[in-house]
Design a protein around this ligand. Structure first.
Ligand SMILES: Nc1ncnc2c1ncn2[C@@H]1O[C@H](COP(=O)(O)OP(=O)(O)OP(=O)(O)O)[C@@H](O)[C@H]1O
Length: 362
């Protein structure tokens, strides 16, 4: 599946100028408030008619201003999940799901009702009224309703933004299952929360003030030191792939990565499970020599791939760790004092507790 979005639009002083092409899985559109994310999703769904643009899903053209094509929303076969679940308050969960199915185009391929109920863990909720559901449960029903309309693509506009942190952690595994399951449904996922994006996205598009600033595979964008000023120095950090090896009685788990082993707490996955770990750039310390007598359990041999000095006192350092990439943020003074340069081999160190359970995804 491919998603191709090319848009130009003016809202008064605000100009939207965004173009990206992505592959299967979840494409996350990330940006701060007012960056233009909702305008993009509205143009994809047909609620906004851009001045110029082209939107195609898997080769099917939904919009092409040059050719006079602008399908109305109901003919675009898109499932929409909003920040607030927008369930029908007078219908129980089962009937809310039926409503989705009612909009499925005749003959459209899609998941069976029972599979959607299993995937989203809805079987115990079917007779409940929306008012009695938690925020996370409501969102699961809203996702189920959207899936049962058998869409060609799912649009999710800040679907977790109204949930508190624990509810958000409850629902993220369902979204991971949706992404990795047999449906293979493409998802355009809008968020201003980088932790969610790092857990879920396959492809990342970063927009700022209406312009597309970076796009690419999530692992590539998040490990690019040029992304640090865009994403924020406290939030920037690479995602690496790891496999669970074993859990010890003291609560620490061993994970293997291409550059060696990590020891982390709070890993809730069976040995053999593939995970993705987000390691914030600000949590990584560099040492030219292998440190001895250090309490930190995670010391990885790395090579410096790039050094990106910012306007302030910090520098972002791209590191190669086996076949993975890490980012470190250190002071420019440390770069000078340690004589760091591209190609140099050194050691990256981070505390086990810096990788919080919420930063560990599938
Ligand atoms: N219909 C409109 N008329 C005029 N300006 C608009 C209109 N819709 C959006 N804008 C402006 O376009 C800019 C982008 O808005 P948009 O809602 O797309 O951003 P966003 O990234 O989704 O923000 P948020 O996360 O706060 O919802 C904002 O400056 C907004 O005020």
């Amino acid at each position: 599946m491919t998603l191709s979005v090319h848009l130009r639009h003016r809202h008064g002083d605000f100009t939207l100028d965004v173009a990206f092409d992505s592959g299967p899985g979840i494409t996350a559109l990330f940006g701060r408030s007012g960056a233009g994310k909702t305008s993009v999703i509205n143009a994809v769904s047909g609620l906004l008619h851009p001045d110029e643009g082209r939107v195609a899903v898997d080769g099917d053209t939904l919009l092409d201003t040059a050719r006079g094509i602008d399908l109305p929303p109901h003919r675009r076969r898109l499932g929409y999940v909003f920040q607030d679940a927008r369930l029908f308050p007078h219908l129980d969960v089962a009937r809310n799901l039926d409503f989705g199915a009612r909009y499925a185009p005749p003959g459209a391929k899609g998941p069976a009702r029972g599979d959607v109920i299993d995937l989203l863990g809805l079987s115990g909720l079917m007779a409940r009224a929306p008012a009695t559901l938690s925020g996370g449960e409501k969102q699961r029903v809203a996702i189920g309703r959207a899936l049962l309309s058998r869409p060609a693509m799912l649009l999710m506009d800040e679907p977790l933004a109204s949930l508190d942190a624990p509810r958000k952690q409850d629902i993220l595994p369902y979204l991971e299952r949706l992404r990795d399951g047999p449906l293979g449904l493409p998802i355009l996922y809008v968020s201003h929360a980088l932790d969610e994006v790092a857990r879920l996205a396959d492809h990342l598009v970063v927009i700022q003030e209406g312009r597309m600033r970076m796009q690419g595979l999530l692992y590539d964008v998040l490990s690019d030191p040029a992304a640090v000023p865009l994403l924020g120095v406290r939030e920037a950090g690479a995602v690496i792939a790891a496999t669970v090896v074993a859990h010890a009685d003291d609560g620490l788990s061993t994970l293997s990565i291409s550059a060696g082993h990590l020891e982390l707490p709070g890993v809730q996955a069976a040995p053999g499970t593939r995970l993705r770990l987000r390691i914030l750039a600000q949590d990584v310390i560099l040492s030219r020599d292998r440190p001895a007598g250090l309490s930190s359990r995670n010391i990885l041999p790395v090579a410096i791939a790039a050094i990106h000095s910012g306007d302030g006192p910090g520098a972002a350092i791209a590191l190669r760790a086996g076949s993975d990439r890490l980012l470190a943020r250190v002071t420019s003074r440390a770069v000078t004092d340690l004589g760091l340069r591209v190609g140099m081999e050194c050691f990256a160190i981070f505390k086990a507790t810096t990788v919080a359970p919420g930063s560990i995804g599938r």
